[in-house]
Structure formats: structure tokens, C-alpha cells
Design a protein around this ligand. Structure first.
Ligand code: URA
Length: 190
């Protein structure tokens, strides 16, 4: 099947694979720079995201915006999306089946964007992408490299809003991401 942003967005709009879509206002495919070198993946849309059809626009999203700016980027420079594209009721964690049903869309986003570095925001994103063995408190801040793409698991901004003491570690992780991006740029020049 054709791989393009238009066809991907149409497929997401038409999807009824897992049933989450029965209770939503809008699908939330993700947004940002379609050729970004840096991609952020969260868990799933919350109430505000569901109303607007945009990823990370509620309270956690506002913190994510600050985190991205502190790294020296803008939201427009990066690509932001979630594991599931429909809001789970009461913001519950998406089930492994729901995450698996949505994974082909994330794969296509990855193939279209071709990021060099991916930040995995929270345990759900880190587990869905890197495997069930991930424990976010243990594994955050540790690079995982797969086929030349670097993955950094870190805390979800919603977790940082609940527990400010985690911000210090999260900032260490984001500084490591910033350094990796610089390193990649320096190595990739002609
Ligand atoms: N939390 C997420 O994981 N994603 C969003 O888009 C908003 C909140």
C-alpha cells in the first residue's frame, strides 16, 4: 500500500481495529515536522487532545513544549505522536492489544519521518517500542540503538507534573538527547 502522509491519515481516520474509536471526539494521529530528526512518542491522547485532534496540547503537552524549548528546539521542528491514536476512556493505560492494533500506524510514521533519535515518553511508549521488559525507573536515561536509530526512554511529562522530583532526571535525559543530536550533526556533515 502507498506510503504517504495523506494515505496514513486516511487509514487512521478509517480505523476501527480496537474499539477505542467508539468513544472519542477525534482521532489524534500526531503532528509536527514530517522530516524531523527528533521524534517524541507518548502514550495516548487525553481529554484536550481528543477535543482538538492534536497530540500533547493539554497540561502534559504544555510541559512537553517547555521541555522541547529548553532543549533548544521548537515543537514545529520535531514530530510528536502517541502509541494509540484514540483516547482511552478515563485516560486509562491502553491495553497491549490496543497498542498492538495501533502499531502499524506508528511504524508508518517512523518510515515517513525517518528520525535519527526518538524520545519515548513514559513506560507505555517505552514498552510498546522496546519490549515488555522495560522498567521506566530503571531504564530511563539509557540509550537503546536499533539499526542506527537511537531511542531514549524517559519519564512522561504527566509523571513530572505529579512528582516534581523526577524533573531532574528527565532533564538529564533530555540533555543527553540534545548532545546526541549535536554529535549526529557533527558526524554527518560533508
Ligand atoms: N499524554 C500523552 O501520552 N499523549 C498526549 O498526547 C497527551 C497526554
Amino acid at each position: 500500500m502507498e506510503l504517504s502522509w495523506d494515505s496514513l491519515h486516511q487509514q487512521i481516520e478509517a480505523c476501527a481495529q480496537c474499539g477505542l474509536c467508539r468513544q472519542i471526539h477525534h482521532k489524534v494521529p500526531g503532528q509536527g515536522n514530517g522530516n524531523a530528526e527528533l521524534m517524541f512518542i507518548g502514550e495516548g491522547p487525553g481529554a484536550e487532545e481528543d477535543l482538538q485532534g492534536l497530540a500533547f496540547v493539554g497540561a502534559a503537552g504544555q510541559l512537553l513544549t517547555k521541555m522541547i524549548l529548553a532543549m533548544g528546539y521548537t515543537r514545529e521542528q520535531v514530530y510528536i505522536c502517541n502509541i494509540v491514536k484514540c483516547r482511552p476512556p478515563q485516560n486509562r493505560v491502553p491495553s497491549p492489544e490496543e497498542a498492538a492494533a495501533c502499531m502499524p500506524f506508528l511504524r508508518k510514521q517512523f518510515l515517513l519521518v525517518r528520525p535519527k533519535v526518538i524520545v519515548l515518553l513514559g513506560a507505555t511508549a517505552a514498552r510498546a517500542v522496546l519490549g515488555d521488559q522495560v522498567r521506566i525507573t530503571r531504564d530511563r536515561g539509557k540509550w537503546v540503538e536499533k539499526k542506527g536509530v537511537y531511542f531514549m526512554p524517559t519519564y512522561h511529562p504527566a509523571a513530572l507534573l505529579r512528582d516534581e522530583s523526577k524533573k531532574r532526571d528527565a532533564w538529564q535525559d533530555l540533555k543527553a538527547v540534545r548532545d546526541k543530536m549535536e554529535e549526529i550533526k557533527a558526524g554527518g556533515g560533508f
